[in-house]
Design a protein around this ligand. Sequence first.
Ligand code: USQ
Length: 386
Amino acid sequence: MMRILILGIDGYLGWPLALRLAKRGHEVIGIDNLSTRRFSEEVGSDSAFPLPKPEDRVREAKRHLDVDITFYKGDVTDYNFLTEIMKKHKPDAIVHFAEQRSAPYSMKDRDHAVYTVVNNEVSTLNVIYAVKQIDPTIHILKMGTMGEYGTPNFDIPESIYVEAIVNGKKDKIIVPRKAGSVYHWTKVHDTDFLLYFHEIWGLTVTDIMQGPVYGTRTEEIVDESLRTRFDFDETWGTVVNRFCVQAILGIPLTVYGKGGQTRGFISLEDSMEALTLLLEHPPNHGEYRVANQFAEIYSVRKIAEMVKNAGEELGLKVEIGPLPNPRVEAEEHYYNPERKVLPSLGFYPKKNLKDELKNMIKDLLPYRERLERYKDAILPKTKWRM
Ligand code: USQ
């Protein structure tokens, strides 16, 4: 049994991870400033599934799963608040999800870019300094993103360093990174800070490079009251989740540009499984571990075809409606990231996109009227070139 502090416990990944870890017998403490709830409202949207208040979530978890979760409302950018909770609960591991996680939100204007940078960098620095001050042996499990690497024309290594020959001389360099939004750049900067302080203070870190997550289900979501948030608007929804809602609402699937943008996807259930494995098998003390976390590689165009097929099998009429790309990104490119850390811990994906798509559409169909209310928030308005 470990004591695990989840920063960002109210989020898409934070809540089901809390349920999973608590169910496995770990003591789970969480912090959230509820910002995603507010930001979703800011863009005229809401979670597809109605979200109970934090205190109701905790009560429902007790009722259905017989687990005790401690939930604090507060901000990780408040150093005193964070350190008080850490001193009180003495965690063995800290899961850091407490960041602004949307690329489009970070690209809206100067204010949103600055907010994203300040929130994400201050929260990461606070975690680093708090661990150093309170207990430098705490394992920091940090949510990064596959988007840190961008889409290079070489196989993406799963390590922090790579050997390179620059101007004829060989040296160890940090695996090259090229992010595609202010949000994604903050994750690069997080990696830079974590690596730097790991090197000078010997911190123990797992830096997870995760691809886009999709899905509505995990083993612990056994009742509607335990559902995690599910975003589908242009700002907070990720591509697979968005396409499922578009299929239900009869909106042609919004493939941006040529649709050859290729990413490593993972289901919510498999993401929980991978995160649990990484927590229960921490790196050695003072080690910096990078884990590329994805299950299947697809292009956006291929995903649209798969959602169309899944929707049509369930009786929906689904069209694919390519749109000019609001983002600046490669629309056809090479993509071959390495993945060996999770398999070495025994991870194998249990879900696949094809089957999960049907489950997602089935889970969302009863909420069609609710989804209709937020229809205006679906088409892309945020443009990278402004
Ligand atoms: N896309 C479309 N149509 C849409 C939405 C997205 O074609 O309606 C395309 C985007 O242009 C992009 C790809 O789908 O090429 C993925 O976009 P996304 O919105 O699903 O994901 P992204 O903005 O990259 O960010 C999401 C999460 C972020 C996480 C990241 C992992 O919001 O927190 O870090 O996925 S990764 O993509 O590997 O960087």
